[in-house]
Design a protein around this ligand. Structure first.
Ligand SMILES: C[S@@+](CC[C@H](N)C(=O)[O-])C[C@H]1O[C@@H](n2cnc3c(N)ncnc32)[C@H](O)[C@@H]1O
Length: 234
């Protein structure tokens, strides 16, 4: 089962025909969905943990923030915390089950510079933008691909929250085993004014369970990386 993950099957053979119009519409129309109380509370707790570790406050504090968006069971949160010991990592996922599941797969002591938050990213991304929270590094690792043509709106680049997502992270990275997802993500970033590059991704050590599963199944992996040279779009 583990090394037997199917590659993405989709009738879509290139960037979605409606992507540009969709992104333009989301840039033109404010996204008014109310913020959920649970997300607000979870993010406040996470930001308080970051401040407690020396981040935030006037001038952005001394400890830069990393956002691990859709962290699943949280392995990437721990790996990022280890890789960037002078940063603080907030891992966000909507699944309580994934976040609270046993972590016996982690060997040795866990790093201290992280916090897991159960929250809806559709709220979290907008709150971080509205509160002008500086995010140094932003990872969107193996988001649900929603490969059906009719599901463009469920992919992050086709979602109304995309302008907020794209405004966060001096460094922004998305990974997927579906090349079209990464091509669309990069195209949508360009549309909101962020230059982006795409490339095959060949991890030496897998950073997430999905990366491990896809790698073991022989899938090609792709990533999109964006480092802004222009002011981010709100
Ligand atoms: C395919 S899994 C990838 C998990 C992890 N990044 C990995 O690579 O193993 C996608 C994750 O995104 C989370 N997710 C999807 N939509 C979300 C939302 N609106 N808010 C928060 N998490 C969300 C899911 O709960 C799931 O854990």
């Amino acid at each position: 089962m583990f090394a037997n993950s199917r590659t993405i099957a989709s009738a879509q053979t290139d960037i979605h025909d409606h992507l540009a119009a969709r992104v333009q519409r989301h840039l033109a129309e404010p996204f008014r969905k109310p913020i959920g109380d649970a997300s607000r509370h979870a993010l406040d707790e996470a930001l308080a943990a970051w401040r407690g570790a020396g981040g935030g406050g006037g001038g952005g504090g001394k400890v830069p923030l990393i956002l691990d968006a859709g962290c699943g069971v949280g392995e990437s949160t721990l790996r990022l915390a280890q890789a960037f010991p002078d940063h603080f990592v907030i891992g966000v996922d909507q699944s309580e089950k994934r976040l609270t599941a046993g972590k016996d797969w982690w060997e040795g002591e866990m790093p201290k510079n992280f916090h897991w938050a159960r929250a809806d990213l559709v709220d979290v991304w907008r709150m971080l933008v509205d509160d002008a929270v500086p995010v140094a590094r932003h990872y969107v690792l193996y988001p649900n691909p929603w490969p059906k043509i009719g599901h463009l709106g469920r992919r992050w680049q086709g979602h109304a929250v995309f302008p907020a997502l794209a405004a966060l992270g001096d460094y922004l990275e998305c990974r997927s085993n579906w090349k079209i997802y990464i091509d669309e993500f990069a195209a949508a970033l360009e549309m909101v004014g962020r230059p982006a590059v795409t490339e095959p991704w060949l991890p030496t050590v897998p950073m997430t369970p999905f990366e491990r599963k896809y790698g073991a199944s022989g899938h090609d992996l792709w990533r999109c990386v964006s480092i802004p040279t222009r002011a981010s779009v709100k």
